[in-house]
Design a protein around this ligand. Structure first.
Ligand code: G3H
Length: 478
């Protein structure tokens, strides 16, 4: 069946023997756009075997050669940006310009990773024994970083390319092999990205990409004994994975309810611009999106007015037209968002705009006077709907932020750097941005969530380190 995109294993594009496929629904047209193979468990087993044997020789490949191949893949990825971006537009309704940006950013990430890898993996430590009580200087300890083995990478729909390479490149530079399970929405963009790595000439079996139904191969992959590390980005599934996975390192980036605390002295124009960018870019479908605004009552009216003026200017429509607000990824996602909106309506939130939805397209909506009894005060819509909670003190804002199950990022707006630092320290989140909206990038910055927002830290350097293990050799002198 020529219409079904093949999966990638052993350096080849293959049809699944299951004879089954999975349809990818275009969020804009709500019609099937592409089909991918529904791989079987048997195929996963084969991929794991090849990944294991390819990794053994890859680990012995000189570091500079691994880096060279990654640089090559990065360049090819950038050359193919238009074709990959087109898939992102059709599969996940990412606005056209943002789709291109995602691919370029991914190429840069791969190159940076190659450079960082040769530096940090190119050095180890030397320790002597006589610093510890009771020891003579008779033991010399040498440390180096060795790969973990087979890394299972599971990126989410919102960055199927970027959040795939942010796992693939650190894994490869560190001498690991990769089994990629792309999200269904975004699978074809991911397959195109894998093709760029194929063209770069990585050894057979080192990189595999299996597509299919989570119900068939999801648990099978995450619980597979051949997997030595899981790097996952997504939602609640990550919590389930962490409970089922074996004794292996996990890197998890899950949801967020990033709070934006606004003080009386804040530059309200700057805040409004960041609320728009932070809350509404890619229609709010980012784990780092601003998901609740906590504003001091005395400046709330002025801020809401400024944000509303900017919301009115957002274009709403198709991703092909590069609209600011595009259809959310699926009908079930749109229904979920609508549920949160209805709940807020029933409980008396102020609607700054009329709620409007056509298919999966939801118009941007600011909800003012949201109270803690409303679901939207705590749950992440992953859509263009943003709650505003008016607070009477900074403490109230910090309390709301810390009462959340999530703790990914947060931000605080004030001209007083001393206050900002104290608030940053008090907010229980992985990163606090002072005077800017939350964001993961630049991609070499550490990126981590606490509580239900994740396990471990990402960012290029941390990911490389996380995908290695320390090995020591001790020379014992007579
Ligand atoms: O959706 C989760 C991403 O890690 C957020 O990345 O801040 O670059 O949009 P971003």
């Amino acid at each position: 069946d020529g219409d079904v995109y093949k999966y990638y294993a052993d350096g080849e594009w293959k049809k699944s023997t299951s004879g089954k496929s999975v349809s990818i629904i275009n969020p804009t047209t709500r019609k099937p756009q592409y089909k991918v193979q529904a791989c079987s468990q048997e195929e996963v087993n084969k991929v794991m075997d090849s990944a294991k044997s390819a990794q053994k020789s890859w680990a012995k490949t000189p570091l500079w050669k691994r880096a060279e191949l990654l640089h090559k893949a990065a360049a090819i990825l950038k050359e193919h940006k238009a074709a990959i971006a087109e898939c992102l537009v059709k599969e996940i309704a990412k606005p056209a310009k943002d789709a291109v940006t995602e691919v370029v950013r991914s190429g840069d990430l791969v190159s940076y990773c190659a450079e960082e890898g040769v530096r940090i993996l190119g050095e180890g430590k030397f320790l002597v024994s006589d610093s510890f009580p009771g020891n003579e200087r008779t033991k010399y300890c040498l440390t180096s970083k060795i790969p973990l083995g087979v890394i299972l990478a599971i990126p989410p729909f919102n960055y199927p390319v970027n959040l795939a390479v942010s796992k693939i490149a650190p894994a490869l530079i560190a001498g690991n092999s990769i089994v990629l399970k792309p999200p269904t929405q975004g699978a074809v963009a991911a397959l195109h990205m894998v093709h760029c790595f194929h063209l770069a000439g990585f050894p057979k079996g080192l990189i595999s990409c299996v597509t299919g139904k989570g119900s068939e191969i999801g648990d099978f992959l995450t619980m597979h004994p051949g997997v030595n590390c899981i790097s996952f980005t997504g939602g609640d599934t990550g919590i389930a994975i962490s409970k089922k996975a074996g004794m292996i390192p996990l890197q998890m980036e899950l949801g967020g309810k990033d709070a934006c605390i606004v003080l009386e002295d804040a530059d309200l124009d700057l805040v409004a611009a960041n609320i728009i960018k932070g809350g509404f870019s890619y229609s709010g479908q980012r784990c780092t999106a601003v998901k609740v605004v906590l504003v001091i009552e005395s400046v709330a009216d002025a801020l809401v007015e400024k944000v509303n003026a900017k919301v009115a200017k957002l274009s709403v429509g198709a991703p092909e037209d590069d609209s600011d607000i595009t259809p959310v990824v699926s009908e079930s996602s749109a229904n979920f968002i609508e549920g949160l909106v209805n709940d807020a309506k029933q409980k008396g939130a102020t609607f700054c705009q009329e709620y409007k939805r056509e298919g999966n397209l939801i118009w941007p909506l600011l909800l003012d006077n949201v109270r803690p009894d409303m679901r939207i005060a705590w749950e992440e819509p992953f859509g263009p709907v943003l709650p505003v909670i008016r607070i009477n003190s900074v403490e109230e804002g910090i309390h709301h932020c810390n009462a959340s199950n999530f703790g990914l990022q947060g931000c605080v707006f004030t001209k007083d750097i001393n206050k900002a630092m104290l608030i940053s320290d008090a907010m229980e989140s992985g990163t606090i941005q002072i005077n800017s909206a939350p964001a993961r990038g630049p991609d070499h910055f550490p990126f981590q969530g606490i509580k239900d927002s994740g396990i471990g830290s990402q960012g290029i350097t941390n990911s490389i380190n996380m995908m290695t293990k320390i090995k020591t050799t001790v020379i014992n002198l007579p």
